[in-house]
Ligand binder design. Structure first.
Ligand SMILES: [Zn+2]
Length: 543
């Protein structure tokens, strides 16, 4: 580590074996390619900024929208035509990049490889996606600036994809071009992987990940960074929050088939009534919250408790004991449940009855009813556990009405003359493996973030012995990384951003990005790539 020349706060908690949230030392590139001036230029030079605006804006003007059920390129080439345009645009805009990196296309997905000189070092994999959420035609009139204009008002760039996430894609390419310009040649291979349907099925990322796995094998990447969370302020401190976990997912689709008949001579309960009872049973028995040691939310709270002097004293005591003491754990759970629904569901499997269909006519008994219940599964649970829970409710109702149950094609209870439930799992996905926050890779990421934000971006904010805390976070949705789990244990979903208070309106009308954020992505990755290039893999052990 290199701290020379800085008046730094230094390591906090690393020398204290009881610390639950040690703050690592600054991590500064020792490479001769690293100069504060370069970072300053990226962040503050007007010429650089204007050129960068043009690059991002141009990419926004190519509407790479994807809808659900979009299909692969060989099935629908005309639908993917804009991706071809984007690829041409990238080649024209980043000639140095394309000269130095190997490009591979898998349908519309892209892999770029910047071969390092030391093939023993695990590659660093950086991700973004090329596609954007569609703009609803009816909403175009509501946009302050045309959704595909990439309009720059001197502060923000406007348009679909400016914050999710062509900003990241373009910034990564700009970073690499800046490194090429100073003749940097990586020791550690750098791979960029840009999916083409993250906002839809994610099939593109699946194919890209498969390719990388075939080529490099499992657990072959040093780390993976994809789009994700940024910063939050809590109790007067600023937290960088890379997401190290994602909840699981299941759509439980349950249909009930019963004999038909005339409405004038109905049974006491029609299939609609019976399914209503099932829903009632599920909603009256929600999942219990769970806050174990592995939950990154506990990790985040421990950081708040250790580093924020203004936190309520008894809450602090409970948080710091929550991993050891059941009463303290329960009190923290109650605190999170009261705080907000969003907090509650970071530690709880959610269930939402989202779709129901059934019945056809006023004089005919409904013969077929179906319901879809969406589950977002807590990191400690599995989709099979959730399916068991659903099955338990099905059995109760089936017993009462003498019905059969078929689950995923398997007969659990024989269908009777009264009918049967058919239960299928749609789109099941386990919770993501949790990225460790006690290893060298986390320390390098945290130490780089500290140095970059404390010294280069917001030095006045940190003048008085204040410091940035890097704490684990969890995403409630999934990014393309869901296809990359086997490639690395160290997956971070994090996008550098400015600390300006504004709404980026991602996925909605008036999506925009503060251009400071864009420049920070370029500069941060410049520093991070040099840091990662300067370390060896063998030191990447649990500390
Ligand atoms: Zn995205």
């Amino acid at each position: 580590m290199n701290n020379s020349g800085f008046n730094f706060v230094g390591t906090i908690g690393y020398d204290n074996p009881d610390s639950l949230c040690p703050v690592p030392d600054y991590f500064v590139p020792s490479s001769s390619f690293y100069k504060n001036d370069t970072i300053d230029l990226i962040l503050h030079d007007e010429n650089f900024r204007n050129n960068s605006v043009t690059k991002l804006s141009g990419s926004i003007q190519i509407p790479t929208e994807v809808y659900d059920e979009w299909g692969l390129i060989d099935e629908n080439p005309e639908k993917w035509a804009n991706f071809e345009k984007l690829h041409v645009y990238l080649e024209q805009t980043f000639p140095l990049f394309h000269k130095n990196l190997k490009k591979e296309k898998i349908y519309s997905g892209l892999i770029y490889t910047w071969e390092g000189s030391d093939s023993n070092l695990k590659p660093l994999l950086l991700m973004a996606h090329q596609d954007v959420v569609p703009v609803q035609i009816e909403t175009i009139k509501d946009w302050t600036h045309e959704p595909f204009s990439g309009y720059y008002d001197g502060e923000f760039v406007w348009g679909r994809g400016t914050s999710d996430c062509k900003n990241l894609l373009i910034a990564l390419m700009e970073t690499i071009e800046e490194l090429i310009k100073v003749d940097f040649a990586p020791k550690r291979t750098i791979i960029l992987s840009f999916g083409a349907d993250e906002e839809s099925a994610g099939r593109s990322a699946f194919l890209l990940a498969k390719k990388l796995e075939e080529r490099y094998g499992q657990n072959s990447m040093y780390a993976i960074i994809d789009e994700g969370t940024g910063f939050t302020e809590s109790n007067g401190k600023i937290f960088a929050m890379p997401a190290v976990a994602e909840k699981g997912y299941l759509d439980a689709v349950i249909s009930l088939t019963t004999p038909g008949g005339h409405s004038s001579i109905p049974p006491d309960h029609t299939s609609i009534g019976i399914v209503s009872e099932l829903i009632q049973l599920a909603e009256s028995n929600p999942f219990a919250p769970l806050l174990t040691n592995v939950n990154p939310i506990l990790g985040f709270l421990q950081c708040v408790a250790e580093h924020c002097p203004s936190i309520d004293k008894s809450l602090k005591k409970n948080i710091l004991k929550a991993h050891l003491d059941i009463d303290a754990n329960q009190k923290v759970i109650e605190y999170l449940e009261k705080k907000s629904l969003a907090s509650k569901y970071l530690i709880t499997t959610s269930q939402a009855v989202d779709v129901i269909q059934g019945g056809a006519k006023s004089n005919a008994l409904p013969e077929h009813v179906s319901v879809l219940i969406n589950y977002r599964i807590a990191v400690e649970s599995t989709y099979l556990e959730v399916a068991e829970n659903v099955t338990g409710h099905l059995k109760q109702v089936a017993d009462k009405y003498n019905l059969g149950i078929v689950r995923e094609g398997e007969e659990l209870l024989k269908p009777s003359g009264n009918g049967y439930f058919n239960f299928t799992y749609n789109d099941p996905l386990e919770a993501a493996p949790i990225t460790p926050t006690n290893d060298k890779a986390w320390e390098v990421l945290s130490g780089t973030l500290r140095h970059f934000y404390e010294k280069m971006v917001y030095p006045t904010r940190f003048e008085n012995d204040d410091y940035l805390i890097v704490a684990p976070a969890m995403s409630t949705g999934n990014t393309d990384t869901k296809s990359y789990w086997k490639l690395s244990d160290n997956i971070y979903r994090f996008t550098p951003e400015s600390w300006k208070e504004y709404d980026s309106h991602a996925h909605s009308v008036d999506e925009k990005i503060d251009f400071e954020s864009h420049l920070q992505i370029i500069a941060f990755f410049y520093e991070y790539i040099l840091n990662v290039d300067g370390i060896k893999d063998e030191v990447n052990v649990v500390i």
